[in-house]
Each structure stands twice: as structure tokens, then as C-alpha cells.
Ligand binder design. Structure first.
Ligand code: ADP
Length: 216
């Protein structure tokens, strides 16, 4: 039976990755690192790193590998002994190679990659239903016309506009899907195919079953 300490979660934008990241970290007692959330916090704090990252994030581009690799390797060095979940990293094969090298230096490695493979049709349908309130910031998933919190008219989220979303999707397919193949070659990928809309808990249950089967 394998011991799983270092998880990587891969999924397209709007795949429900955030929800499943919470599920995984709670179920397997993992400390999560979301590079997207960490970068947004740096942007909000106005740090030099945040100012650099913002240029790329505003343009829906990946932040350069050196910048992200630096943050993650520091975090991993500080968290050698805990179980951890990397969410949103590695996003390119170059990041995956750096991660493997940095972990190897610590005598560690990636133990499992959970690949949330949601069909393109489902993601497009979700995007159309995802709305944000321009007044209070509430977000909803069912195409609401009126904000359930403050009654203002709902709009489509600014980062869900079709152009930005299409760019994020294209980068995911050309740059991030090869990361899955990198780890598939190492026999570390557990793939969850989602083709029909359902409850997030049902996907979590499938992930738990697939992880249990992987552990043996
Ligand atoms: P999404 O998966 O919806 O694009 P994230 O919160 O994961 O959202 O990331 C938001 C932004 O942060 C990305 O569009 C990118 O600019 C930047 N980012 C996050 N993680 C990485 C990474 N590993 N490499 C490069 N850029 C990243």
C-alpha cells in the first residue's frame, strides 16, 4: 500500500477544481497551495512579486515559470513534512520538471496526480450560467438575473468574458494537458471523467474511490 503525501490536482478553468481541492485537503489532511490564490493575495498586497504577476494575470497569461517555481519551491521547503496538495501548479511541463527536481533534492516526489477531466460541453454550459453581482460581489451558478443578496442586476464575471476564457482554455489544452501526460508516463495519474452535470459531492465520491483503488 502506497503512502500518499504529495498530491497534484489538475483541471481546466471552471472544472470545479476549487471545490474538489477543498474536498481533497479535508479528506486526506493535506495543506493546500493554490498558486492562483497565492498570486492574487500578492497582487492585493501590492508586493513587488504581486506587481510583476499582475501584468500577466490581467492579460489572462501565465505568470513566468521562474516566478512561480520560486514561490512553490520555497513553500515546499517550509512544508517538507506535511501532506500537501498543489492546486494550479505545475501548469507547464517545465514547471513539472522543476517540481520533480526540487522534490528529489528533498528526497521526495509527487505521489499522485488527480486529473479532473470535465468535458468541453459541460464547461461551456457552466460559463453561461456563472454570474456576478457588480454591487456586492456575490457570485452564482444558475444564471440568476437578480442578485440573491442585494437585489442588483447580475452580470457575467469579468474574467469569464468569452475572449479571456477562450485564451485560458487554449493555454490549458496546449500547456497544461502535457503535464498530465508527463505524470501518466510515471504511472501517477488518477483520471476522473465528468461528462454530465451533477452534484459536486458525486464527483468527490468518485475521486475518493479512484484514490483508494490507486493506493491498492
Ligand atoms: P484559473 O484556473 O481559473 O485560470 P487560477 O486561480 O488557478 O485560475 O489562476 C489565476 C491566474 O494566476 C492564472 O490565469 C495565471 O495568470 C496565474 N497562475 C496561477 N498559477 C500559475 C502557474 N502555476 N503558472 C503560471 N501562472 C499561474
Amino acid at each position: 500500500m502506497k503512502t500518499l503525501k504529495r498530491f497534484v490536482l489538475v483541471g481546466a478553468p471552471a472544472s470545479g477544481k476549487g471545490t474538489q481541492s477543498s474536498f481533497l485537503s479535508e479528506s486526506y489532511d493535506l495543506k493546500p497551495l493554490s498558486t492562483g490564490a497565492l498570486l492574487r493575495a500578492e497582487v492585493a498586497a501590492g508586493s513587488p512579486l504581486g506587481l510583476e504577476a499582475k501584468k500577466y494575470m490581467d492579460a489572462a497569461m501565465f505568470v513566468p515559470d521562474e516566478v512561480v517555481n520560486g514561490i512553490v519551491s520555497q513553500w515546499l521547503g517550509n512544508n517538507k513534512d506535511c501532506g500537501c496538495l498543489l492546486d494550479g501548479y505545475p501548469r507547464t511541463v517545465a514547471q513539472a520538471q522543476t517540481l520533480d527536481e526540487n522534490l528529489a533534492k528533498l528526497g521526495l516526489g509527487v505521489d499522485i496526480v488527480v486529473f479532473l477531466n470535465v468535458s468541453q460541453e459541460l464547461i461551456e454550459a457552466r460559463m453561461l450560467r456563472r454570474k456576478a453581482c457588480p454591487v456586492c460581489g456575490e457570485t452564482t451558478r444558475n444564471g440568476e438575473e437578480v442578485c440573491p443578496k442585494c437585489g442588483a442586476g447580475m452580470i457575467v464575471r469579468s474574467d469569464d468574458n468569452p475572449e479571456a476564457f477562450a485564451k485560458r482554455r487554449k493555454d490549458y489544452e496546449s500547456l497544461t494537458l502535457p503535464v498530465v501526460e508527463h505524470y501518466r508516463a510515471q504511472g501517477k495519474v488518477v483520471q476522473i471523467d465528468v461528462t454530465e452535470e451533477g452534484e459536486p459531492e458525486a464527483v468527490s465520491a468518485r475521486i475518493a474511490a479512484a484514490v483508494a483503488a490507486y493506493v491498492g
